[in-house]
Every structure is written in structure tokens, then in C-alpha cells.
Design a protein around this ligand. Structure first.
Ligand SMILES: C[S@@+](CC[C@H](N)C(=O)[O-])C[C@H]1O[C@@H](n2cnc3c(N)ncnc32)[C@H](O)[C@@H]1O
Length: 276
């Protein structure tokens, strides 16, 4: 490009990007919450038995904008695709026995009727083990129907003893209080400060006084991404600082998770107690 046309090309390019940036502001999303006992998206056959404790809460984002050029990352779509295409033991976070999480349950000596929620539980085997240990009040929340459906199918008839919740943790508002809130490898996907704050407040609202919280995130020595998405890594200091307004730290430690492909991911597990 010669010296005469180059400046025009630069201006044109800038204008083009400016236009894109402007267009992006026209992207308007509306979040709608649908609460029903058996939405069609989960499959009427599965709900035909009218399992009384199975409740779904589906958050969906409706695209109202007309001028979208740049699509925002749709986290629900991303996770639906993962669970729609990869099998249980193909994903990097797979654990045949979630030993660390189960050890925490033991450590807290939770009674069998304790209200437990596993947020971002996906189709993790934690719920299977909790049921096997005799826990009767377990909820699993995940952003994807695909993961929840897989877990329900795997567990079979016992799945009616679990409360399944499809919701985005970034906007979820619990409508009951739990004794134990567990989150392994979901919290660290929230990288937006507003969403992180919302989630921490949701945990605080959703835990009983003195309720227990376990967060398993990538440590500062952990990977930069998981499942192709940027994550937020935490140190004991940074996570404790963040939760300080509502929770007292009980314990933190790091542990290597070996993925099915044999690589190591360094996790930070921290437990907290909600202030009375
Ligand atoms: C890395 S996997 C961990 C799954 C499970 N906790 C385990 O340890 O095997 C992350 C899980 O979090 C879910 N997830 C990601 N972002 C979420 C969000 N904003 N709200 C609810 N679930 C989310 C994904 O669908 C996925 O099941």
C-alpha cells in the first residue's frame, strides 16, 4: 500500500472497528427465570413419574438485539456442547471417586439429613457417593440440562431423591438455605467481578448460619484455562480475602488432580464457615 492510500485505509479500519464496538452495545439480553416441575426441555418421559422432589430452574437468555455482529460468549451453549459430545471420563475434571470432596464431608461430620448442594456439579459422581453414604437431602445445580440429564440417567430410580437445578451460578438466587455448599471447578469460571460478587452473596444467602462451604478452584500453580475457557486462579490469601465479609476460613490446601490424559492440574481447596 502506498503512502497516499495507507492513511485512508487506517481510518477506514478504525471506523470499521468503531462500528463493531458500537454495534456490540446494541446487544441486549433479557434473563428470564422459568420455574416448573417438568419443563419440556428436560423430557416429559423422565418427569412422567411426577417425582415430587425434582424441580428445575432454567435460566435462559433471550436475544432481543437486532444489530449483533459480535456474538458474546454463551457459557450455557458451551457447556451443553461439552456434555453433548464428550463422555464422563473424557473430560479433564473427571474423577472416579471425588476423594477430596468426600473427605471434606467426613471432616464436617454432616448428619445424613444435612442439606447439601453441589454447584456446578455437572455429571460428577459426588452425588452418587453421597447417596450411597446415606445422605437424603442432596441438590445438584448446573448450567446445563445435558449434564443433569446424564447424571439422572446414570443414577436411575434414585435420582428422584435428588433435587436437580438447572441455573447459571452467575445469576442464581437460592430460595432455601443449605448446611453445606460444595463447588469444585465451577466458581473459577466466573471471571467478571460483578458475577463473582453475586455468586459470593448467593452462597451467603444460601447457607445457614455456621453453614459450611467448600470451594475447589485452580490454584496459582494451576492451568490458565479449563475446557478452553479462561478461569480465575486463586491463592489461599486471595480467596480468603474475597470471602472475608461473610465467611471464616477453616482450612486451605492444594492438591494435584490427574486428568484422564495423565496431566496434572493444581487445585486449591478451601473450606469456610459462614458467620453466625
Ligand atoms: C470443570 S466442570 C466440574 C464439574 C464437577 N464439579 C466436577 O468436579 O466433576 C465445571 C462444571 O461447572 C458447570 N458450570 C460452568 N459455569 C457454570 C455456571 N455459571 N453456573 C452453573 N454451572 C456452571 C459446567 O457445566 C460444568 O459442569
Amino acid at each position: 500500500m502506498d503512502n497516499v492510500t495507507a492513511p485512508f485505509a487506517r481510518v477506514f479500519r478504525r471506523g470499521f472497528f468503531f462500528l463493531f464496538a458500537q454495534r456490540k452495545t446494541f446487544e441486549v439480553f433479557k434473563t428470564s427465570e422459568v420455574l416448573s416441575e417438568c419443563p419440556a426441555s428436560v423430557g416429559m418421559t423422565r418427569c412422567a413419574d411426577k417425582a415430587p422432589r425434582v424441580t428445575f430452574s432454567t435460566s435462559s437468555r433471550k436475544h432481543l438485539g437486532k444489530f449483533t455482529f459480535m456474538q458474546n460468549f454463551d457459557r450455557k451453549e458451551h457447556w451443553e456442547k461439552i456434555y453433548g459430545t464428550k463422555s464422563l471420563n473424557e473430560v479433564s475434571w473427571y474423577q472416579p471417586v471425588p476423594t477430596t470432596s468426600l473427605d471434606m464431608v467426613k471432616l464436617f461430620n454432616l448428619p445424613k439429613d444435612a442439606k447439601i448442594i453441589d454447584v456446578g456439579g455437572g455429571d460428577s459422581l459426588l452425588v452418587d457417593h453421597l447417596l450411597e453414604l446415606g445422605y437424603t437431602n442432596v441438590s445438584v445445580l448446573d448450567i446445563t440440562e445435558n449434564a443433569i440429564e446424564r447424571a439422572m440417567e446414570r443414577i436411575g430410580a434414585n435420582s428422584q431423591h435428588v433435587k436437580w437445578i438447572v441455573a447459571d451460578a452467575a445469576t442464581y438466587v437460592p430460595n432455601q438455605q443449605y448446611d453445606f455448599w460444595h463447588d469444585r471447578a465451577a466458581f473459577h469460571f466466573l471471571t467478571d467481578k460483578t458475577e463473582v460478587n453475586h455468586y459470593i452473596q448467593a452462597i451467603s444467602k444460601g447457607l445457614k448460619p455456621n453453614g459450611k462451604l467448600v470451594l475447589g478452584t485452580f490454584s496459582t500453580d494451576g492451568p490458565l484455562k479449563c475446557s478452553g475457557i479462561e478461569i480465575q486462579k486463586y491463592s489461599e490469601k486471595s480467596i480468603t480475602e474475597m470471602l472475608k465479609p461473610y465467611f471464616e476460613k477453616t482450612n486451605c490446601f492444594t492438591i494435584n488432580h490427574e486428568t484422564p490424559s495423565g496431566s496434572k492440574q493444581n487445585f486449591l481447596f478451601c473450606s469456610f464457615q459462614k458467620f453466625h
